[in-house]
Design a protein around this ligand. Structure first.
Ligand code: NAD
Length: 442
């Protein structure tokens, strides 16, 4: 009789495994070292999330942290000799500040926007800027679900009344959201997440986007904004701020919406014309609205949000101070995402997702790739530079090479074999006419 034991004995499991794995074996990516940089120094301002600090320390970088933003002399003093600076939205990195930062390789904006950085000045100096535009998509999508229920049940008004000691139990014009139609304008990172959550709550989802996007779940695209507005019980806006989306929702659009429907704006303040919104809330055409973003927003916290007094008086309106993406989870994700981008740029030269810079990546150099060095050459985008570089590389074997440009900046990444004189190679590269910044990793 053949038992399980004999079968195991008869099949040379170990041997088969060894043969299979050896045919696919690849050595690990090599950890590259910079040729002409000492220990990497990082300055992190504005209380950047612990996930980033841990990630940098794990790399062996020297990390200095501050909980506040820095400005003036203090900022100049601190930025002078660091390789990377991490900021959020309050530290202003102007041309004058960036020009003082002679060792700077990259700037990490641990937030969504990059308006606080002079991106062109950074690029001109060969400094790549990274941010994290999509880490908070889920946070925004969840807030919208909360707002849909809050509006459908008039929770904001009931809550305000209770705080004034008013007991107002009613069911008229209060609804379940199950079976209602959600119209999503802009089916990108947030819009598509929202689509999934809304369907799980029993809603029917339609969307409108200027791009042809594969719907998720049962969601269906419609051809025009007007069509979407006309069929939706709830309209939620998730478009970026562009020339086309500025004042996108005004008198004409709100009039297209169903009587008794709701408008939700967590996108950008300029997308909705506030006077039109007030008009249709006051007339009762709209049964409510949730607004997280405003054309004008205060620069700091405090009791000074007085730009839209009539909106404050409208019934069933949920207003929040631009907190759509403000969660602990989003902050953690931002910390992870931006620190990864900065680490990859520092260690390997990969500039993917840089906002001001040509985006370049190359297959990793592996542990058994002997004598291969990686050249990272940032230069002015003028004719003849590649010819000059290739003349320098001519005595070696170029294993792989990639170059790209963005505006007046170009970036070459090249893996060169059989380099014995690193200093000679480096000196030749920095002497090229259009050189802005050169690094060699080996
Ligand atoms: N409230 C907050 O705190 C908060 C947080 C994060 C993002 N946002 C905002 O949310 C918006 C969406 O963010 P996202 O991450 O989903 O962006 P995204 O780029 O992933 O998606 C935007 C989508 O809108 C579409 N679009 C662009 N113009 C359009 C138009 N005229 N009509 C229809 N569709 C159009 C694009 O094709 C894209 O699919 C942005 O404005 C962003 O600034 C707000």
């Amino acid at each position: 009789m053949v038992t399980a034991t004999t079968i195991v004995k008869e099949i040379p499991v170990q041997e088969t495994k060894r043969t299979r794995s050896s045919s696919f074996t690849q050595t690990k990516p090599k950890v590259l070292r910079p040729f002409n940089t000492n220990e990497v120094k990082i300055l992190l301002l504005e209380n950047i999330n612990e996930t980033a600090i841990k990630a940098f320390k794990k790399q062996g970088y020297q990390v200095e942290t501050y909980s506040k933003a820095l400005a003036g002399e203090e900022l100049l003093e601190k930025i002078r000799d660091v390789h990377i600076i991490g900021i959020r939205s309050k530290t202003k990195l102007t041309k004058q500040v960036i020009e003082q930062a002679k060792n700077l390789l990259a700037i990490g904006c641990f937030c969504i926007g990059t308006n606080q950085v002079d991106l062109q000045a950074a690029a001109n100096q060969g400094v790549a800027v990274f941010n994290s535009p999509f880490s908070n998509s889920r946070s925004v999508a969840e807030l919208v679900i909360g707002e849909i229920i809050t509006l459908a049940r008039q929770l904001g008004d009931r809550n305000n009344e209770m705080h004034q000691g008013i007991w107002n139990k009613l069911s008229k014009n209060c609804f379940e959201i199950r079976g209602k139609v959600l119209g999503i304008v802009g089916y990108g990172h947030i819009g598509s997440q929202l689509s999934v959550l809304a369907e799980a709550m029993g809603m029917t989802v339609y969307f409108h986007d200027i791009l042809q996007i594969m719907p998720i779940g049962q969601a269906k695209p419609v051809d025009s904004l007007d069509e979407l507005l006309a069929i939706s019980d709830f309209v939620s806006l998730h478009v970026p701020e562009t020339e086309e989306t500025k004042n996108m929702i005004g008198d004409h659009e709100i009039k297209q919406m169903k009587k008794g429907s709701y408008l939700i704006n967590n996108a950008r303040g300029t997308v909705v014309q506030i006077p039109a919104l007030i008009k249709y809330l006051q007339s009762g055409h709209l049964a409510g609205a949730a607004v997280d973003v405003f054309p004008q927003e205060p620069a700091s916290n405090g009791p000074h949000f007085d730009y839209y007094p009539e909106l404050l008086q409208c019934p069933n309106v949920i207003m929040t101070p631009h907190i759509g993406g403000s969660t602990e989870e989003a902050q953690r994700m931002i910390g992870i995402e931006v620190s990864q981008a900065l680490t990859k740029y520092t260690n390997d030269g990969t500039s993917l997702n840089a906002v001001n810079f040509p985006e370049i990546d190359l297959r990793a150099i592996r542990e058994d790739d002997k004598n291969i060095v990686r050249v990272l050459h940032i230069h002015q985008n003028i004719p003849g530079v590649l010819k000059e570089l290739n003349e320098i590389f001519a005595d070696h074997n170029v294993e792989k090479q990639y170059s790209d440009s963005k505006g007046n900046i170009a970036y070459v990444m090249a893996d060169i074999a059989n380099v014995t004189d690193l200093k000679g190679l480096y000196d030749a590269l920095i002497a090229t006419r259009a050189n802005i910044q050169t690094r060699i990793l080996y």
